[in-house]
Design a protein around this ligand. Sequence first.
Ligand SMILES: Cc1cc2nc3c(=O)[nH]c(=O)nc-3n(C[C@H](O)[C@H](O)[C@H](O)COP(=O)(O)OP(=O)(O)OC[C@H]3O[C@@H](n4cnc5c(N)ncnc54)[C@H](O)[C@@H]3O)c2cc1C
Length: 290
Amino acid sequence: MYGQQEVVKDLIDARNRDGGQILFDVSDTAVHDIDTDRPRITFRDADGQAQELVCDVIAGCDGFHGPSRKAVPHDAYDHTYPFAWLGILAKAAPTREELAYTYHERGFALYSMRSPEITRLYLQVAPDEDLNEWPDDRVWAELHTRMAVDGESPVLEGPLLDKGITAMRSFVAAPMRHGRLFLAGDAAHIVPPTGAKGMNLAVADVRLLSLALTELLKRNDSRLVESYSDTALQRVWKAEAFSWKMTSMLHILPTADAFQRQVQLAELRYTAGSRAALTSIAENYVGLPW
Ligand SMILES: Cc1cc2nc3c(=O)[nH]c(=O)nc-3n(C[C@H](O)[C@H](O)[C@H](O)COP(=O)(O)OP(=O)(O)OC[C@H]3O[C@@H](n4cnc5c(N)ncnc54)[C@H](O)[C@@H]3O)c2cc1C
């Protein structure tokens, strides 16, 4: 387990150690001239001063709501799900060593851990769920109900550090490049968290992009840059497929008829009982080969 916030801390440390610069609290960010070999970023710094960066290339790693994707002409593939996740962070030691994904007639639940002292738990809820309707007692009761096996709940209660609702979405923007602006990570694609692939995909994009930019800027070879979007998208679509499959298999689908419910249960039983199916999940979950 390498928690996302630990990855970010380590990346910031590495950047500082290498003498690189990180600008926090900027605003009004915009990209310009991406069709030229001198693209620019304009922004206001933390003191409100207007600033400009003149670049060789721009890596648009600014998440789903950043300005980069809007500057890239693209086709958008968008899918929303008829449910959301209510997530809590609790000061309670994990009682298990592994994540537990739970299918229950009242909805999906997920047991995960952030550290030896802190657990992260999720419940499937309606997409327009009101957080005020979920006092802590109700969250714990629902977690116990959905996660109990033979009447025994693995969930240990503790003070809540955080509580929030996350929408479930699948999204891909293609292509992931225009001129000298390259999209990477959530700026180009979103997966529902069920497959735990979002940050992994962002890292995969950046690994590919760093090789391509090194070839372009150090050896004036544009071949990897030209193929960046197509190569990255092949992996992106496999992760989209895996995340969609895990989400569809494990959640109660409000619109499913009785036939679809039985097919879903058959798929789940097959997966839990088949070495081949478990191997496929493990391969996708840990990360596809480069
Ligand atoms: C509940 C939940 C659970 C998840 N669990 C997992 C998991 O288990 N495993 C996993 O792999 N992924 C997981 N993810 C997904 C993961 O968090 C994201 O996919 C990942 O953070 C994407 O990284 P990114 O760098 O592309 O974008 P972000 O992390 O969104 O970073 C974008 C950066 O750009 C900056 N930015 C945005 N707009 C501007 C602007 N206008 N100007 C300047 N800067 C800007 C932001 O401040 C931010 O620093 C989860 C997500 C959620 C919501």
